[in-house]
Design a protein around this ligand. Structure first.
Ligand SMILES: *[C@@H]1O[C@H](CO)[C@@H](O)[C@H](O)[C@H]1NC(C)=O
Ligand SMILES: *[C@@H]1O[C@H](CO)[C@@H](O)[C@H](O)[C@H]1NC(C)=O
Ligand SMILES: *[C@@H]1O[C@H](CO)[C@@H](O)[C@H](O)[C@H]1NC(C)=O
Ligand SMILES: *[C@@H]1O[C@H](CO)[C@@H](O)[C@H](O)[C@H]1NC(C)=O
Ligand SMILES: *[C@@H]1O[C@H](CO)[C@@H](O)[C@H](O)[C@H]1NC(C)=O
Length: 528
């Protein structure tokens, strides 16, 4: 009986990290923080089913010289997506729905603009980022219901399952679906189904309580502005946008100690090693680790310059639901990062039974992301007894390429900052106004009296038009949050004589819309 008790106690105790390996890891991370000018980082390592090491480095609060440690709260951003997928697994376990359920069935009042998507798009497509919904929506929203309305009248940016296109909005929809299916708030679901069962007592389900001093010790965010470190301390906002929509895509705030518990849970399910977890049947979860679609355009998020052997040592080649899949040396892994005021990364090595989590609090950006990625592979090598592929001189010296991997197939979802708003149009802006239509859509083009710019509206979408420089051509910029879905607008001149012009149609991103005016109206050249 006594022996059994001792065995049980040992079984739940944290394993001991080898002191030499601990020193190697600590030295490496501390040197990187120095040489790359970082602020702080937290770290959790899980090995063979138990937390091995949780700690922090550098500063959580640089101004007040508060060190980062394993109990400091960091943001994990998009690692949160795997929490949302895990919640779906719990709903699947207790209801009739499945990963194959149609989105239109899960959210009965929600309709995509096209029937193909209503009849075809499944939950696994939403969580696997192949819906074709753009990241930026062309109209503002400030509630869950308004958000869903805007998505419903938004043109997709690609065909159904045409390509992988990583978009946070897919997970906003996921948050709304979870609340609809369970009639519980996303926060409550997180609490009841993940945080309480795993005893993640220091984790918050959304950014609403960010930097609330009475909750815990915070790692503030830092960014570089004109060479100076500037801290980010803006408190979170309450409300549906933060607590339902963003929460499912990027909301979790947590400590290294809690992430060790979360990692232990997922690593056991990923490895299919029969380990018990108090959350959900791992058989259901395993679909989320399965590659869903080949990401053939995507070699590596970072493609760090000068790393010639990248393909031999480390690849990310696919996405499941809430996790990328890849391999490093001879182990498969699943991984997800997060980008925001902190940069985070969670990697679970299957054959090595090893999980590593980090979140770095700045300065934020691609350099921080590259740094923590190298830290993960260094730690894996040290714990495996390998000579690290990325040693300290590599980690301190690497430079980032000008461009890094895209998240969205062949489609440009990045902002077009090149719009020149000072140009004057070929003719007076009033000349271009009118109603333009084809069989299925109508665009109204008018002058905004406040800004004296051309405005184009289609359903809930609204754009400002700026002359592109070419005759009668404009670029359209959404008045919503849409970035990169800039449209090219060219008016077709059917008649031009002296100072008068008549437009028979307008071409918007390759599609023609006829001028609906029955009587011809004529534009005039501006008096310039
Ligand atoms: C959903 O929850 C609300 C508030 O808890 C309750 O008033 C309502 O009856 C519930 N609806 C359903 C369908 O369970
Ligand atoms: C978390 O909270 C529960 C319930 O209050 C408590 O029983 C448990 O000991 C706590 N766990 C940790 C690790 O603090
Ligand atoms: C901060 O957290 C405390 C403890 O949970 C809570 O009582 C308080 O309302 C929170 N403050 C704000 C501004 O939300
Ligand atoms: C914008 O257009 C104006 C007028 O054509 C031109 O003078 C100016 O140089 C342009 N600005 C940029 C940044 O290209
Ligand atoms: C442009 O207008 C002319 C005259 O109305 C028409 O014949 C032609 O098809 C139009 N072109 C486009 C691309 O709409």
């Amino acid at each position: 009986m006594l022996i059994l008790l001792i065995v049980m106690l040992l079984g739940i105790a944290q394993a001991q990290i080898d002191p030499q390996k601990k020193e190697d890891i600590d030295t490496f991370v501390e040197e990187i923080i120095q040489c790359r000018g970082k602020v702080g980082m937290n770290l959790a390592i899980v090995q063979d089913g138990t937390p091995l090491y949780t700690t922090g480095y550098g500063y959580a609060d640089l101004e007040n010289e508060v060190p980062d440690d394993g109990a400091t709260i960091h943001a994990i951003y998009s690692i949160s997506k795997s929490f949302a997928v895990t919640l779906f697994a719990t709903v699947i376990e207790e209801t009739e729905i499945s990963w194959e359920s149609l989105i239109a069935d899960l959210l009965p009042n929600f309709r995509f603009p096209d029937e193909e998507r209503n009849k075809g798009l499944k939950l696994k497509d939403l969580l696997g980022h192949v819906t074709g919904i753009p990241e930026g929506l062309n109209a503002p929203y400030d509630s869950k219901a308004q958000f869903l309305d805007v998505v419903q009248c938004q043109d997709p940016v690609m065909g159904m399952r045409e390509s992988f296109c990583y978009v946070d909005k897919n997970y906003y929809i996921a948050g709304a679906i979870l609340e609809h299916l369970t009639n519980q708030t996303f926060s409550q679901l997180m609490q009841d189904r993940i945080l309480t069962p795993l005893q993640m007592n220091s984790t918050l389900p959304s950014l609403a309580q960010r930097f609330n001093e009475s909750i815990g010790k915070w790692a503030y965010g830092y960014r570089l502005t004109n060479g100076e470190l500037v801290s980010f301390r803006t408190p979170g906002k309450k409300g549906e946008i933060t607590e339902t929509l963003e929460a499912a895509a990027m909301g979790v705030l947590t400590t290294a100690e809690d992430m060790a518990k979360y990692t232990t849970f997922h690593l056991g399910a990923y490895r299919n090693d029969g380990s018990f977890n108090p959350v959900v049947d791992p058989e259901i979860l395993r679909k989320m680790y399965h590659p869903n679609q080949a990401i053939n355009f995507f070699t590596s998020f970072l493609e760090i310059d000068g790393l010639d052997d990248i393909d031999e040592t480390w690849r990310v080649y696919d996405y499941g639901m809430g996790f990328w899949s890849g391999n490093f040396r001879e182990s498969d892994f699943i991984q997800h990062g997060g980008i925001g005021y902190h940069d985070s990364l969670l990697t679970m090595f299957k054959q090595w039974n090893l999980g590593i989590y980090t979140s770095m609090n700045g300065p934020n950006g691609i350099d921080a992301h590259a740094t923590i990625t190298l830290i993960h592979f260094y730690i894996a090598d040290v714990l495996r007894g390998n000579t690290p592929v990325y040693d300290i001189s590599y980690a301190c010296d690497f430079t980032l390429p000008e461009k890094h991997g895209t998240f969205c197939g062949p489609f440009n979802i990045h902002p077009d900052h090149r719009i020149n708003k000072t140009r004057t149009p070929t003719f007076s802006i009033e000349s271009y106004t009118g109603l333009y239509e084809d069989r299925s859509a109508k665009f109204k083009i008018k002058v905004d009296p406040n800004t004296a710019t051309l405005v184009m509206a289609k359903g809930c979408e609204e754009y400002h038009l700026y002359p592109s420089g070419a005759p009668h051509a404009f670029v359209a910029q959404s008045t919503g949050e849409c970035f990169g879905c800039t449209k090219r607008i060219v008016f077709n001149v059917s008649h031009e004589a002296r100072l008068i012009v008549d437009f028979s149609s307008v071409n918007i991103d390759g599609d023609d819309f006829r001028n609906a005016k029955t009587r011809r109206t004529f534009g005039r050249r501006p008096d310039v």
